[in-house]
Design a protein. Structure first.
Length: 385
C-alpha cells in the first residue's frame, strides 16, 4: 500500500553555507524538510461527455487528480481543480466517463464492471447529461466491488449500519441516486477492495452550522485518526481506517474570489503541509464559504531523520520507525534515488546535499522533519494499494 513518501528539500541559502562544525551540524534545527509538496492547477471544465473524458485523461497523464469543479467569479463555466503530489511522480491516472445508468440494477452493474478493471467511483457530474466519473492508477493491481444499502434517517441507526459494513471491509462512499433525478432511488454506496484486510470504523456526529464549532469538531474527531468524509441529512460522517490511524488536523481558510487567489492560498497551505479537501458552506450570520484543508501534526523533536556522510560522493540515510521513504531532489526537481522504508542504504549525493560534503567524512546530522499526508491517498483511499 502506498502511504506518504518523504521528500527532501534543503533551502537554497543553506546549500551555500559552509564552515559548520560537526557539533553544530548534529544539533542543527535550522535545516528544513518538506514532504509530498502538493500543487494545484485549474481550467474550465469541458461541457460534453467525450470532451470531459479527453480533458480528465490529459490531466491524468501528467499525474493530475480531479478534485472538484467550482465557480470562481465570472467564468465561462465550472472551473476544475486538479491536484498533483510529488509522491505521485511518474504515475498515470486514467479516468472513465460513462453515461448515468437508467436503473438501479444497471447502475450497480456499471460500478462493478468498472471496479473489476481497477476503476474506482469518483461521483456524478453534469455536462448537460448526468455522467459517472471513475479513476484508476495505471499499472496498479487493485480491484473493487460495490453494493447498495437503503438510506436510514436515524443517526444512531446510520452509524450502526456504517460500522456493520465497515467491519467487513466495506467503505462508505456516500449517498447516490441510482436513477437520475429520482430522489426515491437514493441508496448508500459502499465499496470494497478485493482481498482487502482493511477495516473501517465510523462515527456520525451532528453537523455544526458555525465555522468555529465545525472546525473544533473536525479536529476533535481527527485527533485519533477519524477523517471527515462527508455529511448527510443525519450528520457528519467520520472514518478511521485500521491501517491508518494517524491524527489529522483541519484548518478553515477564507473563501477566494478568483481561481488565481485559490491557487495562491492552496500553495501556501501546501507549504505548511496541508492538502485542500473541499469547500464548506455555513449559513446564518457570519456564514458563507470556507476552504477546508487537512494535514498532520508535526513530528516531535525526537522523531528525526539521520544523514551520515560515508565519503565525498555517498551518504547513508536511516529512517524513523514510521517513515515511508525519502526522495532526493536535484536542483531541477528530478526525483531519483528512491530509498524504501525500514532500510539503510547508500545513494549518490544529489545536488541539494552536495554542500554537506564540505563537512567531512562521517559527519552526522539529525534534522527535525514534518509529516504530510499524500494527496492521492487522502482523497482516494486505497487507490494505490
Amino acid at each position: 500500500m502506498s502511504k506518504s513518501k518523504f521528500v527532501l528539500a534543503v533551502f537554497a541559502a543553506l546549500m551555500a553555507s559552509s564552515g559548520v562544525s560537526q557539533a553544530q551540524f548534529g544539533n542543527s534545527t535550522s535545516l528544513h524538510f518538506w514532504m509530498n509538496q502538493p500543487s494545484y492547477s485549474v481550467e474550465v471544465m469541458a461541457n460534453n461527455r467525450e470532451a470531459l473524458a479527453k480533458q480528465l485523461n490529459a490531466q491524468g497523464a501528467s499525474g493530475g487528480l480531479f478534485g472538484l469543479a467550482a465557480a470562481f467569479g465570472v467564468s465561462p463555466g465550472p472551473i476544475g481543480v486538479f491536484m498533483r503530489d510529488s509522491s505521485d511522480f511518474g504515475k498515470i491516472f486514467s479516468y472513465s466517463v460513462l453515461p448515468y445508468a437508467p436503473s438501479e440494477a444497471e447502475s450497480l452493474a456499471q460500478l462493478n464492471e468498472q471496479g473489476a478493471m481497477g476503476f474506482r467511483y469518483v461521483g456524478p457530474y453534469s455536462v448537460g447529461e448526468m455522467v459517472n466519473l471513475y479513476i484508476r492508477v495505471d499499472g496498479v493491481n487493485v480491484r473493487y466491488e460495490c453494493l447498495f444499502d437503503s438510506s436510514v434517517n436515524s443517526q444512531v441507526a446510520f452509524e450502526a449500519r456504517l460500522n456493520e459494513f465497515g467491519h467487513q471491509g466495506w467503505r462508505w462512499i456516500g449517498p447516490i441516486l441510482t436513477v437520475p433525478f429520482d430522489v426515491k432511488s437514493q441508496r448508500e454506496l459502499y465499496l470494497r477492495e478485493f482481498q482487502t484486510t482493511t477495516r473501517y470504523n465510523y462515527r456520525v456526529s451532528n453537523t455544526l452550522s458555525d465555522e468555529g464549532g465545525m472546525e473544533a469538531l473536525l479536529n476533535t474527531q481527527g485527533s485519533d485518526g477519524h477523517r471527515w468524509i462527508g455529511s448527510t441529512m443525519v450528520g457528519a460522517v467520520f472514518e478511521q481506517r485500521s491501517d491508518d490511524t494517524r491524527a489529522r488536523y483541519y484548518v478553515m481558510a477564507s473563501s477566494t474570489a478568483t481561481s488565481g487567489a485559490f491557487i495562491d492560498q492552496a500553495d501556501s497551505q501546501g507549504d505548511a503541509g496541508r492538502i485542500f479537501q473541499t469547500f464548506v458552506y455555513f449559513d446564518g450570520i457570519g456564514g458563507g464559504i470556507r476552504n477546508l484543508y487537512v494535514g498532520m501534526a508535526p513530528l516531535s523533536e525526537s522523531e528525526r531523520i539521520g544523514i551520515r556522510l560515508l565519503d565525498a560522493s555517498a551518504l547513508e540515510l536511516s529512517f524513523v520507525p514510521n517513515a515511508v521513504g525519502l526522495y532526493l531532489l536535484s536542483t531541477s526537481h528530478d526525483l531519483s534515488n528512491w530509498i524504501p522504508s525500514g532500510s539503510t542504504q547508500s545513494g549518490s549525493a544529489g545536488a541539494p546535499i552536495n554542500w554537506l560534503t564540505s563537512q567531512g567524512t562521517n559527519a552526522v546530522a539529525c534534522f527535525k522533519v514534518e509529516r504530510v499526508l499524500g494527496a492521492t491517498e487522502e482523497r482516494y483511499p486505497g487507490l494505490q494499494r
